[in-house]
Design a protein around this ligand. Sequence first.
Ligand SMILES: CC(C)(COP(=O)(O)OP(=O)(O)OC[C@H]1O[C@@H](n2cnc3c(N)ncnc32)[C@H](O)[C@@H]1OP(=O)(O)O)[C@@H](O)C(=O)NCCC(=O)NCCS
Length: 378
Amino acid sequence: MTVCEYKPGLEGIPAAESSISYVDGQQGILEYRGIRIEELAETSTFLETSYLLIWGTLPTTDELTKFEDEIRFHRRIKYRIRDMMKCFPETGHPMDALQASAAALGLFYSRRALDNPAYIREAVVRLLAKIPTMVAAFELMRKGNDPVRPRDDLGYAANFLYMLTEREPDPLAARIFDICLTLHAEHTMNASTFSARVTASTLTDPYAVVASAVGTLAGPLHGGANEEVITMLEEIGSVENVRPWLENCLERKSKIMGFGHRVYKVKDPRATILQNLAEQLFEKFGHDKYYDIALELERAVEEKLAHKGIYPNVDYYSGLVYRKMGIPTDLFTPVFAIARVAGWLAHWKEQLGENRIFRPTQIYTGSHNAPCIPIEER
Ligand SMILES: CC(C)(COP(=O)(O)OP(=O)(O)OC[C@H]1O[C@@H](n2cnc3c(N)ncnc32)[C@H](O)[C@@H]1OP(=O)(O)O)[C@@H](O)C(=O)NCCC(=O)NCCS
């Protein structure tokens, strides 16, 4: 057997062949099924984009209407899931609540009929439909309120904002939120997608696939970074403090949240779109002083770290957008998960198409024939 070079973090090692999305990290290009992200953000909706990612082509009007109707029909969650969620501690992180609830769906719907296209479609619809309801339900229940029922007259993004805030959603905020979902829907072989594919390769049910991916997304080096960006901007506190704060951070060799990417060595194209969306929100709903801090930090980091290819990533401006919409900081990553479910499901389906269980190797660095010393002699 050939001995391969070990690459920490599997950097540069392909884990699958995939036709779902493509990133050119040098030029800052992201495509879903060959279509540029800028075009999808401008002209498509999250559900249309999800269809594209999962089934490989843009839907016709009839196909899209049917898909949207199925999702609208499945938005509600069973009272037993709601009751289970009521028992979660309100101090628990919403990502943990989401992971547990996503896994619990498998108790109700798991049949593992993975060779049946109708089962695949049903699972796709259920997960896309119910994850936002579960995120909103946990938010209301941890505040001591009953969750609100999804509203059939509202689109996917507007309905989520309504379930979360219990207020009529503003049309601009709903459209911008829908674009945010599109931007976060898929991103090649990142950690949570890899996790989803590994889980999928065992032929377990799709709810377990999504639950494992949610757990992976929760970490601060992955989806959790958008939450940490806001904490960081609050800690910096003022535009004047940006440069001293950065100097201190670099001296301590700490990572600056929302910057850097394994693949992008230029500004993430999604960050550029999100920055523009943030500005549209500030224009309508008032300025956010943390945006000025963010702009100054971007300039300062560019001066110091551009030579290493460190630029804002998707998480840098998304938090400011969600904050302006009144979404609590610890829901930023669950919101990321609502979007990324589309990508995880696309990879689940692709993995099933050419499945071979993931079973990499390792380079053993331990000892051999070690003595098993009796406990009283240790
Ligand atoms: C995303 C991330 C995990 C990628 O990590 P990676 O591909 O393993 O890159 P590395 O951590 O090896 O970084 C390479 C170099 O850039 C530096 N670097 C990377 N991200 C940095 C950041 N956010 N702030 C400061 N320096 C950074 C590293 O210190 C390292 O420098 P060195 O070569 O002098 O040691 C990393 O950039 C990071 O932790 N960013 C902050 C968290 C974040 O925003 N995550 C969301 C990603 S979408």
